[in-house]
Design a protein around this ligand. Structure first.
Ligand SMILES: *Cc1c(COP(=O)(O)O)cnc(C)c1O
Length: 223
């Protein structure tokens, strides 16, 4: 599967987009894929591509430009905030006030308002990035008060398991937290995005209320 035909990627994109309900965004997880592979996904109708690393995203953006929206789905180091603010249409992985403030300064300097999500470590798993669930409400209020960031929701990896049913509880908890934030009507936030679910688990994630799924392998083949 390593070097999947470009036409097969385009066909996978079309098939996934037919399957995924309207209102759920497919973000192609583009780590380690070539610009030609990403372009093949765009050809099939993919409108957003996620990258884990700023440098890799720079190469892809240089090749594909504004044909798609660019999401950061990997951890952001504070010293990359300036690059990230110029590059991405959405940063999904804010997990601390400090990181949010660094991105706020960078977005202000770039003269733009940057959509962001809070990454939550929904099961509080040790060694995993993301804010702890109980930190999220205060973090949401802090981020929503920053005038050059627009808080739009939550992102989570959830528990990684071979059986997607094992992720269902994580997704359900993330959805509950998302709804709690919506009900709180945090001033300055527009909570409309719940990013969760990958190749093995996107169907379960959608059943549990995902508005965005991040899919790599099922689109591009195994890495
Ligand atoms: C790689 C990646 C995905 C997609 O994983 P697949 O199992 O290949 O679909 C989703 N989210 C993040 C943050 C990733 O790094």
């Amino acid at each position: 599967m390593r070097s999947m035909e470009l036409s097969a990627i385009t066909e996978n994109a079309r098939r996934l987009l037919r399957e995924i309900p309207a209102g759920v965004t497919l973000v192609a997880a583009g780590k380690s894929r070539t610009p030609a592979e990403l372009a093949a996904a765009a050809e099939g109708g993919v409108v957003a591509i996620g990258h884990n690393y700023v440098q890799e995203a720079q190469r892809s953006v240089a090749a594909l430009g504004a044909r798609v929206r660019w999401h950061l789905i990997g951890h952001l180091q504070r010293n990359k905030a300036k690059l990230a603010a110029g590059l991405f249409d959405c940063v999904e992985t804010i997990d601390s006030v400090r990181l949010g403030e660094a991105l706020e300064r960078a977005a202000a300097a770039a003269g733009r308002v940057l959509p962001v999500l809070i990454e939550v470590n929904i099961d509080d798993e040790p060694g995993k990035s993301g804010a702890r669930p109980e930190e999220v409400p205060a973090l949401a209020r802090a981020l929503a008060s920053l005038s050059h960031l627009r808080l739009e929701g939550l992102m989570t990896m959830g528990r990684l398991a071979d059986d997607p049913e094992e992720s269902r509880g994580s997704f359900r908890r993330a959805r509950a937290l998302f709804e709690e934030l919506r009900r709180a009507s945090v001033p300055g936030a527009a909570m409309r995005c719940l990013s969760m679910g990958m190749s093995g688990s996107y169907r379960v994630a959608i059943e549990e209320g995902a508005t965005e799924v991040r899919i790599g392998t099922a689109l591009f083949g195994s890495r």
